[in-house]
Design a binder for this molecule. Structure first.
Ligand SMILES: *[C@@H]1O[C@H](CO)[C@@H](O)[C@H](O)[C@H]1NC(C)=O
Ligand SMILES: *[C@@H]1O[C@H](CO)[C@@H](O)[C@H](O)[C@H]1NC(C)=O
Ligand SMILES: *[C@@H]1O[C@H](CO)[C@@H](O)[C@H](O)[C@H]1NC(C)=O
Length: 546
């Protein structure tokens, strides 16, 4: 061998090592505008519903009548029907990137959930044998604990399919609507009659199409619930069954709720100690009127490219319309720790429901609520996997967004279809996680995770930053992890706590904040707390407010 050929062989050898030591499957793609990371090729089920718990594990489930899933139940276990011995729910451990099969006995399809103040996921409703069930998942306390679902028969007063649930300040939850249900109820169920009419849900129900399922519900500082269905909204006093305010129909009048599925967030709540705390809602995407019927006939109408934003606490609230760079239906909206909104997944034509979506939108979209109208949107690096009907996204404690699911078919279909059933999990890392930003990233050193907090309490958070700190560009935020399904993230809220920064020297700082004063602003339970510096969030810590 000449010395030149031996150098060539050496280079080839090195290249081989680099290639074989990369994790299998797809690589991290990287450019400005976020990175995609492939986490799991096969978690056994499409991630149709997702909820992060305070042990950094995500509870995922699909439905029990898709057929046999791609993950067996352990130790030869079967569901009570003794026919299907596969899992339709899994626990994903974020820290170890591992999956554990869980057992749901009854059909959890198109259901809803809330994490109660003790950290348990209470899931309600579903289809057929699951329509009145309540199921509780208490997070595992140790890595050897094999915690699983516990089901309560007749936990609900009415059958609930496609409902929205929301945690309340007193720790109960409200269950709103669902197919054919123009009413609401509370959980846990009491002996008293527990069913209250909500005519707004009948008024927003389009014959033959509905367009008001999974309504967008947000609890605001005055204790009322904002409820958006189809193309309009009310402010609702749930204790007295009274409509407090009726909002104007969104300009254009097109539907934004299932199956013309748009998405919505309550924008970050700020100035939390003001006598009345302002609240703004952003609703994005959806499908033009008539799209569902046309899609059923094989005509896939382009989705809506507009968002409506409204200050719901204004005396005379009005929608302000904004235009997204791309049209979207069935997208998810996740609040990021810095208060920006990530709009992700979905398609650009058709509607939700079996086989009715088209033209996957692969590029996530960042929305910066504090920028000027016209410069708030920024397209992000595209995904490679279409995530259509029955896909989800949720924020993780480290600031990544977990993305999974997609199955627009009545059964599992892995071949010969436009959008095969997707069993993979990915993470999208917004640009704040780019290595270029690491010298600006805060690291929380005190308090430690799982700290208990009281309402109105003063909290001193100590953090370090390797590089130079702009003292006026630090804030502390608190995010409630959401229950996400069908493009809506129930209970998702972000609170911007006050900020008063002091430097202690040696790259260490403290920031003093006051915890919100009421359960209307922050219902009791687990939140992720972040220190944000120049829009770059620390890793979160879990705090338990109660
Ligand atoms: C289903 O699981 C098997 C075995 O774990 C795997 O080989 C196969 O690729 C999986 N199918 C899909 C579609 O992921
Ligand atoms: C769909 O097709 C049916 C049968 O041809 C027709 O009656 C109906 O009007 C069509 N609907 C729409 C929205 O085009
Ligand atoms: C982080 O770094 C990237 C450079 O890759 C930059 O484009 C981005 O805006 C930075 N900051 C935030 C808050 O994302």
């Amino acid at each position: 061998m000449t010395s030149q050929t031996s150098i060539l062989y050496f280079i080839l050898f090195q290249l081989t090592i680099i290639i074989v030591t990369q994790p299998c499957h797809r690589f991290l793609t990287h450019a400005a505008g976020g990175r995609w990371q492939f986490l799991q090729g096969n978690i056994g089920i499409p991630a149709l519903h997702m909820q992060l718990l305070n042990n950094d594990r995500v509870i995922i489930f699909d439905r029990t009548d898709f057929g046999k899933s791609n993950l067996s139940l352990p130790d030869g276990k079967c569901r009570n029907d003794k026919v299907d011995c596969t899992a339709h729910s899994v626990e994903y451990d974020v820290l170890s990137n591992r999956i554990r099969p869980l057992t749901v006995q009854t059909n959890v399809w198109c259901s809803a959930g809330v994490v109660t103040s003790d950290g348990s996921l209470t899931q309600a409703g579903g289809f057929n044998d699951g329509e009145r069930r309540v199921r509780i998942f208490k997070p595992c306390e140790s890595t050897t604990d094999d915690c699983d679902w516990v089901e309560v028969e007749n936990g609900l007063a009415a059958r609930r399919w496609y409902t929205t649930n929301h945690i309340l300040p007193d720790g109960r939850q409200i269950v709103i609507g669902g197919r054919g249900q123009f009413n609401y109820e509370f959980l846990p169920k009491t002996g008293a009659p527990n069913l209250y009419n909500l005519p707004f849900l009948a008024q927003t129900n389009d014959p033959g199409t509905e367009n008001n399922l999974y309504p967008f519900v947000f609890l605001i500082g005055d204790g009322n619930l904002f409820i958006f269905a189809n193309n309009r909204a009310i402010l609702f006093d749930y204790s007295n069954n009274k409509v407090v305010k009726t909002y104007p129909t969104m300009p254009g009048g097109d539907p934004r709720c299932h199956p013309s599925t748009g998405s919505a967030v309550l924008l970050p709540l700020k100035n939390l100690h003001a006598p009345s705390v302002e609240a703004e809602v952003l609703v994005c995407g959806g499908a033009p009127k008539g799209s569902f019927a046309l899609a059923k006939n094989g005509t896939f109408v382009g989705a809506l490219d507009t968002c409506g934003r409204i200050k719901i606490t204004d005396p005379n609230p009005q929608w302000v319309m904004e235009t997204m760079p791309q049209a979207r239906v069935m997208s998810d909206m996740s609040l990021l720790p810095n208060g920006n909104v990530l709009i992700i997944n979905g398609g650009a034509a058709g509607t939700a429901s079996w086989e009715l979506g088209r033209n996957p939108v692969l590029k996530p979209l960042l929305y910066r609520p504090n920028d000027k109208v016209g410069s708030r949107f920024e397209l992000q690096n595209p995904a490679t996997i279409p995530r259509m009907y029955h896909s989800t996204s949720i924020l993780l404690r480290d600031g990544r967004v977990l993305v999974g699911g997609s199955n627009p078919h009545e059964k599992y279909k892995f071949k010969g279809v436009l959008y095969p059933t997707e069993l993979s999990l990915e993470a999208f890392s917004p640009a704040y996680l780019d290595p270029e930003n690491s010298s600006l990233r805060p690291k929380i050193v005190f308090p430690s995770s799982q700290v208990k907090l009281k309402y109105k309490q003063n909290l001193v958070v100590r953090f370090t930053v390797a590089g130079t700190v702009a003292l006026d560009k630090v804030s502390v935020t608190m995010v409630a992890p959401s229950f996400t399904t069908h493009s809506f993230s129930m209970n998702q809220r972000l609170l911007v706590l006050g900020s008063e920064v002091t430097s202690l020297g040696k790259n260490t700082y403290t920031v003093q904040v006051t915890i919100p004063g009421s359960g209307n602003l922050a219902p009791p339970g687990y939140y992720l707390l972040f220190v944000v510096h120049q829009d770059i969030p620390s890793e979160g810590i879990w705090v338990n407010l109660g």
